[in-house]
Design a protein around this ligand. Structure first.
Ligand SMILES: CCCC/C=C/CC(=O)SCCNC(=O)CCNC(=O)[C@H](O)C(C)(C)COP(=O)(O)OP(=O)(O)OC[C@H]1O[C@@H](n2cnc3c(N)ncnc32)[C@H](O)[C@@H]1OP(=O)(O)O
Length: 393
């Protein structure tokens, strides 16, 4: 069966030779698609493309074409078109550039790309690099984009950037927007003396009509979505850890592509003290990064690491003196942002796709275990303890 899907923007007048690149990804030879895990998603993505309201532009169309060909036929197997055959040459180049990318990875990348296009056409939140443009307003974040780098700053300095319910949602939204904007790198950092003090311990004070069980359920869903948005983030993601980090802001570092830390930073996951269990996929990423014994010290015994120790254990990429931290890190990030954008993005995706499914499974399990833990006496007592000490201050 051959289906020809024509999105509305495909029918618009075409001006340059590149604009007449068709949408071969939409000429579906469904029977030829290998039946693998992500086939259903892939088919959905193929259908989703025709619903796009906005023309994604030639660069993206070429990417879709190349990923479709790679996903269905494997590495480029066509003779190279002549130099004056502009359109076919551009298509050939895009496909050939994927080299030996496995079919399964190409299929996944196609799905991810279509998903980002769908949300981008919903939100229309494109940010031009180099414009230092402030993005949409958030209550607990400041998001800016400059020199091809989108910077998400956690902005509750008076609460040590503790993540309240709204802030979880804002971070999910900011990551979604960053995955769809034109930036090359995305950075998460903190405002003030802390990077982040983890989950806001007052989150549990806001109990819905369904009671504490309902609250625990809602929190588990929110946690899973929050961590999921880091697992799925498609571009290089860098943490600029300006000060102490606690709880979920530490565990999630295992899902970043690089972590730069000030020598003032510390890394602390006092889960057992709080009657809690690890989240952020740390039960999987930490033993992998630092070995099971060191992971146990952090995740079960709550040992606080200095930046130097975290670096020696592989959680942190590099540590800088606090006095020169911002200057050194941003000089480096600006240099990295000038490297070829697509190569970096595809490399990140190739690396992540190796274990994306595993990470989602770990995330689901950790969230479900935490849903139970939140209702335990150990956890409730720890939260009450924190809140009563705070009340005395
Ligand atoms: C739904 C998903 C569930 C995911 C689960 C995640 C698990 C975790 O993230 S576990 C980690 C939880 N975080 C903590 O246990 C940290 C608690 N805070 C502290 O221990 C201390 O505040 C501090 C060591 C971070 C800082 O101490 P310091 O003496 O320098 O400053 P304070 O006066 O204590 O703090 C200033 C201000 O900020 C408030 N605050 C700090 N952290 C939190 C927090 N995590 N939750 C809520 N509020 C926090 C603190 O209460 C102060 O507020 P007030 O000035 O209004 O009293």
């Amino acid at each position: 069966m051959v289906a020809r899907l024509a999105p509305r923007w495909c029918l618009r007048a075409l001006r340059s030779p590149l604009q007449v690149i068709g949408f071969p990804s939409l000429q579906l030879h469904m029977s030829g698609i290998a039946m693998r895990a992500s086939q259903e998603d892939f088919e959905n993505a193929l259908n989703q493309v025709k619903l796009l309201k906005k023309d994604p532009g030639n660069e993206v169309k070429l990417k879709l074409y190349a990923l479709y060909k790679q996903a269905t036929e494997g590495p480029c197997n066509m003779p190279k078109p002549g130099v004056f055959d502009f359109i076919n040459k551009a298509k050939w180049d895009a496909w050939d550039a994927l080299g030996n990318l496995p079919k399964e990875t190409a299929r996944q990348n196609y799905v991810d790309l279509v998903s980002s296009l769908s949300s981008s056409s919903e939100s229309s939140n494109q940010v031009q690099p180099g414009t230092d443009r402030k993005q949409q307003e958030y209550e607990n974040l400041v998001v800016t984009s400059e020199d091809g780098i989108t910077k998400i700053t956690l902005n509750r300095p008076t609460k040590k950037n503790a993540i309240n319910t709204q802030m979880y949602q804002e971070i999910i939204l900011a990551l979604k927007a960053a995955s769809n904007d034109d930036s090359i790198l995305t950075v998460v950092t903190g405002n003030g003396d802390y990077y982040c003090s983890g989950n806001d311990l007052t989150n549990f004070m806001d109990i819905p009509p369904g009671g504490v069980e309902e609250k625990a359920k809602q929190s588990a869903v929110l946690l899973r979505d929050f961590v999921g948005s880091f697992i799925d983030f498609p571009k290089p993601l860098i943490a600029v850890v300006n000060g102490p980090a606690m709880g979920i802001s530490v565990t999630i570092l295992g899902l970043f592509d690089a972590v730069y830390a000030s020598d003032r930073a510390t890394f602390h996951t006092p889960f057992s003290h709080l009657g809690l269990t690890p989240e952020g996929c740390a039960s999987y990423t930490f033993p992998k990064i630092m070995g099971p014994a060191k992971a146990t010290e952090m995740l079960i015994f709550g040992k606080k690491l200095t930046a130097g120790e975290a670096c020696a254990q592989g959680l942190v990429t590099e540590v800088f003196p606090d006095s020169t931290f911002q200057k050194e890190v941003w000089t480096r990030l600006k240099a990295y942002s000038k490297l070829p954008k697509n190569a970096m993005k595809i490399s990140k995706q190739v690396i992540r796709n190796m274990e994306k499914e595993k990470l989602h499974a770990v995330n689901a399990e950790e969230s479900s275990v935490l849903q139970e833990r939140c209702l335990s006496d150990e956890c409730i007592n720890a939260a009450v303890n924190f809140l009563s000490k705070r009340a005395k201050l």
